[in-house]
Design a binder for this molecule. Structure first.
Ligand code: 8YV
Length: 330
């Protein structure tokens, strides 16, 4: 396979600079309209193309991969999370999978920090009040729109990878005490940097934190990690922020508990059945919902596109692509 003849199909519209480069390097079929691919579109694509560039909105499951033509050798995911791809089936079909880690760490951590501030301080509620009913504002009041202080509170981070650590770095600067639960304990130097407390038992950590941030990938092991039973371990005064994947939390249980006041509030950038959202979450004043925009910066999306291109080029040149994903990593 030479790169000049390599056909790639890109399932979503990417930033112009990325698409221009892809057109120069490959026989690229781009998605001008940005209409998400249906399962049938995906099956048609894998039957013919050499490389598929997928995103979180494409379910590259067994049914899709099993229809892949002999040309399909690489799925270059535009995104870090690869829970949209059946990695085992891809490996069994000798299809390489790559992702785009690293370049969206800081943007996603910024968005997480924004939600950690926005929810306890009622930022969206206050802004919405003025937008919708500024004529009803009587001016400053000592007891109105009171939120909760974050300084000095305990932040529990689930998943202390690059994004979790970038969140910890920011949160420490805001005076939060860092607690974390992770598959592996971090080395001492990193723990010292954050003055972080490791909890091997997630249950024990949940009962002690004031704000919980989800920063782990969605895998079979983390699906509904936060079950109703675990959510009930949180203090009723606690807040939850999720910029990772909706599937990590039992969304219906969370919505019920927020409605009942058993959890104080939530900042959610991701949902279990995107783009569908539990209507209770949309209605609640104590919930800030964002449309999966954790990594949505122009710079980040260009960097992600460049990573995709480097992965494809390296692969075509016969080398191990830098962001090759192995099922055991997740
Ligand atoms: C991406 C994300 O924009 O990279 C990820 O895992 O969740 C997002 O920030 C999206 O996945 C693109 O496919």
């Amino acid at each position: 396979m030479t790169s000049s003849k390599t056909s790639i199909i890109v399932t979503r519209k990417l930033p112009e600079a990325v698409e221009t480069r892809m057109r120069e390097l490959f026989d690229a079929k781009l998605n001008e309209s940005d209409k998400p691919f249906s399962q049938k579109d995906l099956i048609d694509a894998v039957k013919t193309t050499d490389v598929l560039v997928s995103t979180v909105t494409d379910q590259i499951n067994r049914a899709v991969i099993s229809q892949a033509g002999p040309n399909l050798k690489l799925i270059a995911n535009f995104g870090t999370g690869v829970d949209n791809i059946d990695l085992d089936t891809a490996r069994n079909r000798a299809i390489t999978v790559t992702n785009t880690p690293g370049v969206l760490t800081e943007d996603t951590a910024d968005m997480t920090m924004a939600l950690i501030l926005a929810v306890p301080r009622r930022l969206v509620e206050g802004a919405r009040f003025l937008k919708d009913s500024s004529d009803q504002w009587k001016g400053w009041s000592p007891t109105w729109m009171l939120g909760n202080r974050i300084n000095g509170k305990r932040l529990g981070i689930i998943g202390m990878g690059h994004i979790g650590q970038a969140v910890a770095r920011r949160a420490k600067a805001f005076g939060l005490q860092i607690h974390y639960h992770n598959r592996r304990r971090l080395n001492e130097a990193v723990e010292d940097e954050f003055e972080a407390t490791y909890w091997e038992s997630l249950d024990q950590m949940l009962a002690r934190v004031d704000i919980l941030s989800i920063n782990c990938p969605h895998t079979p092991a983390t699906y509904h990690l936060l079950t109703q039973r675990r959510l009930k371990l949180l203090k009723p005064t606690s807040y939850i922020v999720n910029t990772a994947r909706g599937e990590v939390i039992d969304e219906n249980a969370l919505a019920r508990m927020l409605e009942a006041g058993e959890i104080a509030g939530a900042g959610l950038d991701v949902f279990e059945h995107e783009p569908a959202i539990n209507p209770k979450l949309l209605k609640a004043d104590n919930v800030v919902v964002l449309p999966h925009m954790g990594s949505a910066t122009l710079e980040g999306r260009i960097d992600m596109g460049e990573k995709v291109i480097i992965n494809i080029k390296t692969f075509l040149d016969g080398h191990n692509p830098p962001d090759r994903v192995h099922p055991a990593m997740f």
